[in-house]
Design a protein around this ligand. Structure first.
Ligand code: HEM
Length: 422
């Protein structure tokens, strides 16, 4: 049995002890450590009372994510779900209810992923690098109007806006819908919401998507949104798949990179000697970005996957029974001591294992936005620290408030003073 000092264990039908995940995400890394101590995968209770496994071991994650009998489709492969045993008001339902690439299996997955992957292909997004750079410098121009010793929330004023504007370039979301898109996405990731709050957000989300589709039907352009609408009109994807592909694109495109920039800024401000190595080019930016993603996986945990049949992992001796639900703990994987050594918890851009992280996932569902995210993060850091070399936090790093979530790993605010512009 497993118990931990700060979390009550909860008995379940299976007669085993499960670790109750902290819905408030107060200390994801401490929780990950406790889970790791319970083995490569631990039995947990998700927010809302749903039993699952939390998989923390990088080797096991890689094996499961390339296993043909591990699915993300609850409609086909989660008996508790298709037998209506999951409460209708489970606050995290949206993560399995949606019908898009993220929740599809096999051929269906390929059909739904292909158009997204082509829109965000490395070749296409590299061509956008100059525009991403221009967006970044405009945001910094706007910030420079703030007094050099006045507090600004860098998450709201910078970290949020850069990904929003960059991804919206590719999606073709008109400027007037940007703020609304931002407002409906962030609450989707909060795992402390009440069922009522959860429902309200989902209604607003689908209203926004209806507006976006309506706008694009009237103003078609050479963008992924117009292409998906055309695919829907041609019968290649249905109406729900069309709407839910936007849920995925705006959710994955907007929230994740914000966290990456947020944590990267904190880590570089609090490790000035490493910032120097990055700014002087001694350590390449690509390596800095990887270490940021390893140390603070922006998507800490992805829910859910399901065992299509009993899946026995010979290396660990664990059997995942048919229908078992799996949460993949990418945050824990980035801190695995057997990969990164005793210093796994420390931020160190010079370590030799910076690239050994799973922050973009692995296997068939590997992030399609990895290249644009890397360009955004690098551009954000390079320009921010070049323009405002004296930028500093106004609170102790320990005082930064984590987002109330087991899924998304960022802060509610990032209060800084910029200092004089260079
Ligand atoms: C630092 C930023 C980002 C991180 C850490 C991240 C992380 C991830 C992870 C972990 C997955 C795999 C989910 C799973 O386990 O199944 C994923 C999938 C995905 N990501 Fe990202 N992502 C980022 C940025 C983006 C951006 C900018 C986009 C662009 C819209 C994007 C679009 C997607 C899509 C469409 C998928 C689903 C792929 C599939 O299921 O086949 N991501 N991402």
């Amino acid at each position: 049995s497993m118990t931990t000092p700060n979390t009550p264990a909860t008995p379940t039908a299976s007669d085993r002890w499960h670790y109750l995940l902290d819905a408030t995400g107060r200390d994801l890394h401490a929780e990950a450590k406790a889970l790791r101590q319970a083995g490569p995968a631990a039995r947990v209770i998700l927010p809302g009372g749903i039993p699952a496994w939390s998989v923390t071991d990088p080797g096991l994650i890689r094996r499961l994510l390339t296993h043909p009998l591990i699915s993300k489709d609850a409609y086909q492969h989660w008996p508790a779900y298709y037998r209506n045993e999951i409460p209708a008001d489970w606050p995290l339902r949206i993560w399995v209810d949606v019908r898009n690439a993220l929740t599809a299996y096999g051929e269906e997955h390929l059909r739904l992923r292909r158009p997204l992957a082509s829109a965000f292909s490395p070749r296409r997004v590299r061509a956008l690098a100059p525009q991403i750079s221009a967006i970044t410098s405009t945001l910094l121009d706007e910030l420079s109007i703030t007094g050099s010793d006045e507090e600004v929330d860098l998450r709201a004023r910078f970290a949020w806006r850069l990904p929003l504007q960059s991804v919206n370039l590719i999606l073709g979301v008109p400027d007037e819908l940007h703020d609304e898109a931002r407002d409906v996405v962030a609450p989707l990731f909060i795992t402390t919401a009440s069922p009522q709050e959860g429902q309200a957000v989902i209604e607003r989300l689908y209203e926004l998507i209806a507006k976006l589709i309506g706008y694009k039907r009237r103003n078609p352009a050479d963008d992924i949104t117009s292409k998906l609408i055309a695919a829907c009109d041609a019968g290649e994807i249905n109406e729900q798949e069309l709407a839910d592909s936007f849920v995925l694109l705006i959710g994955a495109g907007h929230e994740t990179t914000v966290n990456a920039i947020d944590h990267a800024v904190v880590n570089l401000i609090t490790h000035p000697e490493q910032l120097k190595l990055a700014m002087s080019g001694t350590v390449p930016w690509s390596q800095v970005v990887d270490e940021c993603l390893r140390h603070q996986a922006p998507v800490a945990t992805v829910i859910l996957r399901f065992a299509v049949q009993d899946v026995h992992d010979a290396d660990t001796g664990i059997t995942f029974a048919r229908g078992d639900a799996l949460a993949v703990n990418y945050g824990a994987a980035g801190r695995a001591p057997d990969v990164h050594g005793d210093t796994a918890d420390q931020f160190d851009i010079t370590r030799t294992t910076t690239r050994e992280h799973l922050a973009f996932g692995h296997g068939a569902h590997l992030c399609v936005g990895a290249e644009i995210a890397r360009i955004e993060i690098r551009t954000a850091l390079e320009q921010l620290f070049t323009r405002f070399p004296g930028v500093r936090l106004t609170v102790d790093p320990d005082q930064l408030e984590p987002l109330p979530s087991i899924i998304t790993n960022g802060h509610t605010r990032l209060p800084v003073v910029l200092g004089p512009a260079a």
